[in-house]
Design a protein around this ligand. Structure first.
Ligand code: SF4
Length: 513
């Protein structure tokens, strides 16, 4: 018998799903608790959606939805104790949403209430919670496989959007439309009367709503830190004590920069945090010195070599090695059993750990470029259009990550790092502006999009691009395990979405050779 089942990310074992333990390190109890949370959230959404239809909303219910969904995203929360607390709050918020509806309705609901939205109680012990979660796992043989596939695309899209909405919320930006959509989508998953096209349409709506969400986050970043500008970033080291920050939360980085100012501790970014260097409001701190390390999956090797404290503020944490576990901290939604979690905004413990660690020797190295957001790129619009007309630029490639220095084309960097995954918004803005400049549709531009997906944030970015009608994208390294052959056929027929092939074949096809 399977001990768990999870197939929400690209790492899914055998390309079908993790059944004993997650490739990411997720244990069966954690998988069951996350399933329980998702089931509970669907029940909460049932009432919150109905209350909203009657004009009643509750910010506590709204915010819990995005925080709890974010806790179930890949490589975020591995702590059974913390997930049990999230499950408890989900049940409280379900009751709150139900009361909200009944008040707005002037009485109880008279229709059929799905089991998830019923008055079930959470068992007291962790073991019994896990048992309950197992009864409401990912697999549901009562649903047609293609409908289930479309439902899961929607669910994972909502998880990804919840992560972006949470970052925006932390920066003080909320949008009731985004919360309302997530409630509607999760409530729909309890409606046995809905079919494949209902969930396909909801998935497209999810993509559209996420464009709004990424726009909200983009506005929140710019309002607080100003628009990013192209910025060379050292990949060397500065002599002195050091803290490495991994994740996407720029506000947390800002707080850490404030608290380390004048303390002789240099701050380094890791992977997803690299784009932070492009924001004037962050690069003004002289002790934000460099980017350390490369891809997130190399963290074991790289963290061992980092002679200071390390803190994660969002995904993607991997099972920590003993060599650096005592120097590792989590913050926000991220948790790992046995790793110190910082509650709130006081980072003194992390700073003390950095001060007690050896720190770096001075080692200068080359620089890489970041901060090429849409404001910066559109500032070059005339040059770009001229370069396309003259044939100097033959094709644009949107790719899922970068860290190289590839020179320039007439002063335009050949590789434009537009930012984090949420800055797919910038890539979309650039594509729309180019289409306008050339008086054509985005699909007519000399543009190839290759999406290297990993977790649920990439799912919602894909839905956003599909909802804009963008066709001919390539997806890899492998196709999602939760897409059935029939749903894949639908995506191929309607969007010409294709899996990546060999480099030679793909390049020949994209360059029209
Ligand atoms: S999140 Fe990915 S790697 Fe982890 S258990 Fe699920 S499918 Fe497996």
């Amino acid at each position: 018998m399977e001990e768990m089942f999870c197939y929400q990310c690209e790492q899914a074992a055998q390309g079908t799903g993790c059944t004993k333990v997650g490739v990411c390190g997720k244990q069966p109890d954690v998988a069951a608790l996350q399933d329980l949370i998702v089931w509970g959230l669907k029940g909460m959404a049932f009432w919150a959606h109905k209350a909203r239809e009657k004009g009643a909303v509750d910010s506590g219910v709204d915010v819990h939805m995005i925080e709890a969904l974010f806790s179930t995203v890949t490589n975020v929360d591995f702590s059974p104790e913390n997930l049990a607390k999230v499950a408890q709050k989900t049940v409280q918020m379900r009751d709150k949403a139900k009361a909200l509806f009944e008040k707005a309705n002037g009485g109880p609901f008279t229709g059929e209430v799905p089991e998830a939205a019923g008055a079930w109680k959470l068992p007291a012990g962790l073991g019994d919670m896990v048992k309950l979660g197992r009864q409401h796992g990912v697999k549901d043989p009562s649903i047609d496989p293609d409908v289930k596939s479309a439902q899961d695309i929607l669910l994972y899209g909502c998880k990804g959007m919840a992560a972006y909405a949470d970052h925006a919320h932390i920066l003080g930006k909320d949008d009731k439309e985004i919360y309302g959509f997530i409630h509607k989508a999760l409530a729909a998953m309890l409606d046995k009367g809905l079919g494949l096209m209902d969930f396909v349409n909801l998935s497209m709506e999810c993509g559209q709503t996420n464009i709004k969400c990424m726009g909200l986050l983009n506005a929140a970043h710019i309002e607080r830190f100003q628009a990013p500008t192209p910025t060379p970033v050292s990949i060397g080291t500065k002599a002195g004590k050091a803290i490495l920050v991994s994740g996407h939360d720029l506000k947390m980085l800002e707080e850490l920069l404030k608290q380390t100012e004048g303390k002789g501790v240099n701050i380094y970014t890791h992977v997803e945090m690299l784009p932070a260097h492009g924001y004037p409001g962050l690069k003004q701190y002289k002790h934000l010195v460099a980017n350390f390390g490369s891809a997130w999956q190399d963290q074991h090797k790289e963290f061992q070599a980092f002679p200071g404290a390390i803190i994660f503020n969002t995904n993607c944490i991997q099972r920590p090695a003993d060599q650096y576990k005592d120097r590792l901290y989590t913050w926000g939604r991220v948790q790992w059993p046995g790793v110190r979690h910082i509650e709130g905004w006081d980072f003194s413990e992390v700073i003390d750990k950095a001060l007690a660690s050896p720190g770096f020797e001075e080692k200068p190295a080359k620089e890489i470029l970041t901060g090429c957001g849409h404001d910066a790129v559109l500032g070059l619009a005339d040059k770009v259009i001229e370069a396309v007309k003259s044939g100097a630029i033959k094709r644009f490639f949107v790719i899922g990550g970068c860290d190289g220095a590839l020179g320039d084309i007439g002063g335009i960097p050949r590789l434009l790092d537009v930012g984090q995954c949420n800055d797919a918004y910038s890539a979309v803005q650039i594509a729309l502006a180019l289409a306008k400049a050339f008086d054509c549709e985005v699909n007519d531009l000399p543009l190839s999009i290759v999406l290297s997906w990993y977790e649920q944030k990439a799912v919602v970015v894909l839905l956003s691009l599909l909802s804009l009608g963008i066709k001919n994208m390539k997806l890899g390294p492998s196709l999602p395990a939760f897409i059935t052959p029939n749903v894949l056929n639908f995506l191929v027929e309607n969007f010409n979405l294709a899996p990546i092939g060999s480099v030679e074949e793909d390049m020949a096809q994209m360059l029209g050779a």
